[in-house]
Design a protein around this ligand. Structure first.
Ligand code: NAD
Ligand code: FE2
Length: 360
């Protein structure tokens, strides 16, 4: 049985932020990070809503902590809004989603992503960090009511952010496509997301504004796919490593993904091959298509200036070795492992870790 639920109303296009007016909020609580507070975008968004009273919570840092979400929850309750807006990347959206969930308020949550990556604007997930461990909260009540995909917010995206978040999109689509809970509907979102992201990321990275909305939509479609189908080992390991070493989430996925594909190939080879052919990587035999997919991702990773190993991402092999036990434990405990197409065992995680550690 396939279960697919739709909840989030999606507005997309240049200037889509104007749709905030339709929410008729009088008391707006806006969650963002210092970058959008300082550059004035948070105020412009608040103005677009037409709200009379606005409170900003702009302390969100990458990989928000449980303590920060608790602090925000108290402020949210005290303000008692009739509209909550999350403006920013996955970190700001996850923090706002967790705050709204803990506060148990009956008001709508609007997510406005400013990176084309996490897909958090449409997912049932919010990821909080506590004592160097990333904890994915998973609950249907976390899913935003409205998502606004405004390409005007993407004009000044730094190249490294395009690369990091772009690989997050590819990983979401690819893991969702082969995940244990994948079905016909989630597959259609995963396929479209993967091929659109794979085709358009180089141009977006090169500065071509006209493809940014395509990658933004791919990020949301990948979010729809994985929210239904689940993720896999790549995300479980990225969460474990991200909690400890604070390397950007998408960058960790980029480092891990080729190794995870090889590991899952025994059971998911045919579906990987379908994605390869769909993305123009060809290969009539599944084994060839699979190899082309892996090589295509490695080439793209290089083209986007991303590291190939943890060592190249600034994590010394010594740190990895010292924490191997913790990394394996956190990976196996991560809910994303449950939907990986093959059962994840201790030795598999160790083998992948060895492959991606790199040299001192
Ligand atoms: N909830 C989910 O479904 C889900 C899925 C995947 C990842 N995540 C989480 O999302 C987080 C990563 O999110 P992210 O990759 O979007 O990055 P992010 O939200 O952590 O932001 C990274 C940096 O980019 C800056 N930034 C954001 N938008 C910008 C823009 N338009 N121009 C310039 N700078 C900008 C931010 O200020 C911040 O400093 C991780 O914590 C990850 O665990 C959540
Ligand atoms: Fe992700």
């Amino acid at each position: 049985m396939e279960v697919f639920s739709c909840k989030t109303k999606i507005y997309s296009g240049a200037g889509a932020v104007q749709a905030l007016e339709n929410m008729h909020g009088k008391r707006l609580f806006l969650v963002t990070d210092p970058f959008f507070m300082e550059n004035g975008v948070a105020r412009q968004v608040a103005q677009a809503s037409g709200a009379e009273y606005v409170e900003y919570f702009s302390d969100v840092q990458p990989d928000p902590t449980v303590a920060l979400a608790a602090e925000g929850t108290a402020k949210l309750k005290a303000f008692s809004p009739d509209l909550i807006v999350a403006l920013g990347g996955g970190s700001a959206m996850d923090c706002a989603k967790a705050m709204a969930y803990f506060a148990k308020l009956e008001c709508p949550l609007v997510a406005i992503p400013t990176t084309s990556g996490s897909g958090s604007e449409v997912t049932d997930f919010a990821i909080l960090t506590h004592e160097k461990v990333k904890h994915p909260l998973v609950d249907a009540r976390l899913r935003p009511d409205v998502a606004i995909l405004d390409s005007d917010l993407l004009q000044a995206l730094p190249k490294s952010l395009i690369a990091d978040t772009g690989f997050d999109v590819l990983t979401h689509a690819l893991e969702a496509y082969v995940a244990k809970n994948a079905g016909v509907i989630s597959d259609s979102f995963a396929r479209e997301a993967f091929s659109a992201a794979y085709a358009n990321l180089p141009a977006s990275y090169a500065g071509r504004q006209e493809v940014r909305l395509k990658v933004h939509l791919a990020a949301t479609m990948a979010g729809v796919a994985f929210s239904q189908a689940g993720l896999g080992l790549c995300h479980a390991m990225a969460h474990a490593l991200g909690g400890l070493f604070h390397v950007p989430h998408g960058r960790l996925n980029a480092i891990l993904l080729p190794a995870v594909i090889s590991c899952n190939a025994h059971v998911a080879g045919a579906k990987y091959a379908q994605l390869a052919r769909l993305s123009g990587l060809g290969g009539s035999a599944d084994t060839i298509a699979l190899r082309n997919l892996k090589n295509g991702l490695i080439r793209l990773r290089r083209e986007l200036g991303l590291p190939e190993t943890l060592s190249q991402a600034g994590v010394s092999p010594r740190e990895v070795w010292a924490n191997t036990g913790e990394i394996v434990k956190a990976t196996l405990a991560d809910p994303c492992c449950k939907t990986n197409p093959m059962i994840v065992e201790d030795f598999l995680v160790r083998r992948i870790l060895e492959e991606v550690t790199g040299h001192a």
